[in-house]
Design a protein around this ligand. Structure first.
Ligand code: AMP
Length: 290
């Protein structure tokens, strides 16, 4: 059968000025706008966010920006995968209306001096501990995207669960009039969460990687059945390390605040399991609801 004709690519704007001009037409017509922020190298997980955005608003803006301020000095900023042509084709198929593709100078012009410094869920000893400054960069760039686009809705993946809670808190604290929505994690058949960084995995590392999801799932089941949390987590940590991972953390936290369980004994919180671990040069994160 002939392949369906590709839809035309969405318009690409590179400056905040051009972005605002494009958006003003939609605003005049009272069309609702959803924003999906990404760093490109798009996969089915990102496209699921665009699909949810299309259901949630009349117009969908996708930003593609590999944000330098959220990478540490020894992280993968320069080698982060960049696949713009393929990204634009995928966004055409997904029906995105506009792509905001700023360069670093547009987002951080000379003299840029106002970084956000989130605390709360950004200071709980998870990714914040292993990637110092990461959430300052995330909160700053997302706040700038929010004030540039002024979307009604913004969609983020549960995949980056701590990031999602940091952004929810930032939007609330700064009175930004945007509804932040979390979308479910899209996984490979063997459970590995889709990530732009999975392309770094060697075949052997790729074969080991599903242990993260497996341990999260088993641990969630055991905790829900009433097994003591610390014993379950110790077992899970050992399984992950036995597959050759260097473990940063496997933790059970309050799903809303990411505080340690028992820090607020007056409430019985929903629990979220979160993991981060390195195999070879690749750092993977994942999480799961109990
Ligand atoms: P990134 O380009 O990695 O910064 O991700 C952009 C957005 O896509 C973030 O909100 C991520 O949480 C989300 N995302 C990344 N991977 C997945 C996935 N496997 N499933 C759902 N959302 C994802």
């Amino acid at each position: 059968m002939a392949k369906a004709a590709r839809k035309s690519r969405p318009r690409v704007v590179k400056t905040v000025k051009a972005l605002r001009e494009a958006l003003s037409e939609w605003r005049k017509r009272k069309q609702t706008i959803a924003l999906v922020p990404t760093m490109g190298a798009l996969h089915t997980g990102h496209i699921s966010l665009v699909a949810l955005a299309k259901k949630s608003a009349k117009k969908v803006v996708v930003s593609i920006f590999v944000n330098p301020t959220q990478f540490g000095p020894n992280e993968d900023f320069t080698r982060y995968p960049r696949t713009l042509d393929a990204d634009l084709d995928k966004l055409a198929d997904a029906g995105a209306d506009l792509v905001f593709l700023p360069d670093a100078k547009e987002m951080y012009p000379d003299g840029f001096s106002t970084m956000l410094k989130p605390s709360g869920p950004a200071a709980v000893g998870l990714d914040d501990k292993f990637r110092p400054g990461h959430f300052d960069g995330v909160a700053t760039v997302v706040a700038k995207l929010f004030t540039s686009v002024m979307p009604d809705i913004a969609i983020f993946g549960d995949k980056d669960y701590q990031q999602l809670q940091v952004i929810r808190t930032m939007a609330r604290d700064l009175h930004l009039p945007v509804k932040v929505i979390g979308a479910p994690i899209v996984r490979e058949k063997d459970g590995l969460a889709l990530s732009s960084r999975n392309v770094y995995l060697s075949p052997a590392d790729r074969a080991a990687a599903p242990v993260l999801h497996r341990v999260l799932k088993e641990s969630a089941k055991a905790i829900a059945a009433g097994e003591p949390v610390e014993a379950v987590l110790s077992r899970g940590r050992a399984k992950i390390m036995a597959e050759g991972f260097k473990l940063d953390y496997l933790e059970a936290r309050d799903a809303a605040t990411l505080a340690k369980l028992g820090d607020e004994p007056q409430r019985k919180p929903k629990v979220r399991l979160l993991v981060a671990a390195k195999i070879g040069k690749t750092r993977l994160i994942d999480n799961f609801a109990v």
